[in-house]
Design a binder for this molecule. Structure first.
Ligand SMILES: Cc1cc2nc3c(=O)[nH]c(=O)nc-3n(C[C@H](O)[C@H](O)[C@H](O)COP(=O)(O)OP(=O)(O)OC[C@H]3O[C@@H](n4cnc5c(N)ncnc54)[C@H](O)[C@@H]3O)c2cc1C
Length: 472
């Protein structure tokens, strides 16, 4: 027996549950599938167990992507205030912690319960644990589809049976924290459907440093202090420095390297081999403080340094250089100025990160620059066939993939031939032939899933020698 749902969501995490709830509340018959027994395990551990569920001041600027515009309409359509209102509707208490970050007062479980209640309100069905063996694009409308929209259909082979649906949402998340169920399923499906990828990498992740070079700092594990951190090296040109990403947050020393909000944030921008620059005493005039101390104090340099940075850090820093292990009054001005400069501009190069085992998120993934997600069909069309001008008036629903619009001059018969070519092409998901044409031609639109399919479709329709066309 094949089960039919209007929409199937694979992955019962934050994204999948929210999407399913909204679709269900809009009247669709929705199924959520997850291979884990429990839902939303990542929400459970988020925000130290209290889930930092939104930030009051989210804007598109906070979105890290090669296509920074991708999130604009989503953020305009559903704002942080909308989600806050949802928490208020469910009576979930919360508080602001730091820089607009909102956390649950009680626990992240409140957010999971909220999402499950919203799913229940949308009569969403859940199959858990349930493994998905295969997803097939049937490329045709489903006989089971009572709505009969003409949209293409997906068949999902699961260990609980076969499912057909015209709307399939892959919400299986990224690669971080495999021990609670993360897999590369979403990326494999993307490849199956020919979507371009940006190499995934661990992000919001602690950074690690070379064993020997890190030895003096390993003893500082557990020490936290406010810093300013940025990507790039001291040799960077002014233009490169202007582009550097900078955060003012807390830094945490660990046994293997650095963590804390400052490093987690910068890790999303850091690329292998790149240096980091850290000001360990932001907002302080270190040169002035050390030279002033030299004039009046007989204390060791480390002890004087401890008035501007934590004493454990001052001791560790002084231990790296014999010239710093003396009373401050015996130090040269040059040595003190150099110490001040290095503390305000500590340049270090991570040898890597703690990886997906510790990463809060995964950067990269599906390439958001493609016309699959940005309706730039007209741009693509213009590249392929600049003389095609009437597509501007075309109003097909583009939600189902790329739209290839061919303006065919000639009889309706030849148009029909071309349309039949498109129908028999497995890469084309939808065909639309308009009949209310101006005298000059007939418009034929086909939907394809990717750039390559799009171009192939164009070639199969247009490049074929005219002699083979079934002319009237
Ligand atoms: C320690 C930690 C702290 C965090 N803190 C915060 C925070 O405070 N605020 C914040 O906004 N974000 C935080 N995050 C990030 C946040 O948790 C994630 O970005 C978010 O949960 C991702 O949601 P998702 O639905 O996309 O994916 P996921 O939550 O990963 O959900 C994916 C679901 O798909 C299922 N799945 C995977 N593969 C398959 C498969 N093959 N078949 C079937 N099902 C499958 C999984 O079991 C899972 O249930 C934190 C992350 C971590 C690790």
């Amino acid at each position: 027996m094949t089960h039919y749902f209007d929409a199937v969501v694979i992955g019962a995490g934050a994204a999948g549950l929210f999407c399913a709830a909204i679709a269900g509340q809009r009247g669709l018959k929705v199924l959520v599938i997850d291979h884990s027994e429990k839902v939303a395990e990542k929400i459970r551990i988020s925000g130290g167990g209290r889930c930092n569920f939104t930030n009051r001041d989210v804007t598109p600027v906070n979105f890290l992507s090669d296509n920074p515009h991708f999130c604009r309409s989503a953020l305009a359509g559903y704002t942080p205030q909308d989600f806050i209102a949802l928490l208020q509707k469910h009576g979930v208490p919360f508080h602001e912690k730091h820089k607009g970050q909102l956390f649950c007062d009680r626990s992240a479980e409140d957010i999971i319960n909220l999402l499950l209640a919203e799913c229940a309100a949308g009569h969403v069905e859940r199959w858990q644990p349930c493994s998905v063996k295969k997803v097939t694009d049937l490329g045709i409308k489903s006989d089971l589809n009572p709505i009969n929209t003409g949209a293409s259909s997906y068949q999902i082979d699961t260990d609980r049976g076969l499912i057909e649906t015209p709307h399939l949402v892959i919400a299986t998340g990224g690669l971080s924290i495999p021990k609670i169920g993360a897999t590369d399923f979403g990326y494999r499906i993307a490849q199956q459907f020919g979507l371009r990828m940006v190499e995934p990498r661990a992000a919001l992740v602690p950074l690690t440093f070379d064993g020997d070079a890190w030895l003096p700092f390993a003893q500082l594990a557990g020490l936290a202090l406010p810093v300013q951190i940025e990507t790039g090296s001291r040799d960077a040109t002014p233009k490169q420095r202007k582009k550097a990403t900078v955060f003012a947050e807390d830094l945490l020393f660990t046994h293997k390297g650095l963590s804390g909000p400052a490093v987690l944030q910068i890790s999303s921008f850091w690329l292998t081999g790149q240096s980091l620059r850290i000001n360990l005493a932001p907002g302080q005039d270190l040169s002035h403080a050390l030279l002033k101390a030299k004039a009046s104090s007989k204390k060791l340099i480390a002890n004087e340094l401890a008035s501007v940075v934590p004493s454990r850090l001052a001791d560790a820093w002084a231990s790296t250089d014999a010239a710093l292990q003396r009373p401050i009054c015996d130090a040269t001005d040059k040595a003190l100025l150099s110490l001040a400069e290095r503390l305000a501009d500590w340049q270090i190069t991570p040898n890597g990160s703690e990886g997906y085992k510790k990463a809060e998120v995964t950067a990269g993934g599906i390439d958001l620059r493609g016309p699959e997600v940005v309706p730039t069909t007209q741009r693509v069309l213009a590249q392929i066939e600049p003389s095609t001008s009437s597509f501007a008036a075309f109003d097909a629903d583009m939600a189902d993939g790329l739209v290839l619009l061919v303006v065919v001059t000639g009889s309706h018969h030849s148009t029909t031939w071309r349309a039949s070519q498109a129908i028999s092409d497995p890469t084309i998901t939808r065909v639309l032939v308009t009949t209310n044409e101006p005298a000059t031609g007939t418009r034929l639109a086909v939907h394809a899933r990717s750039d390559d399919d799009f171009v192939a479709a164009w070639q199969s329709l247009v490049d074929r020698p005219a002699a083979t066309a079934a002319q009237p």
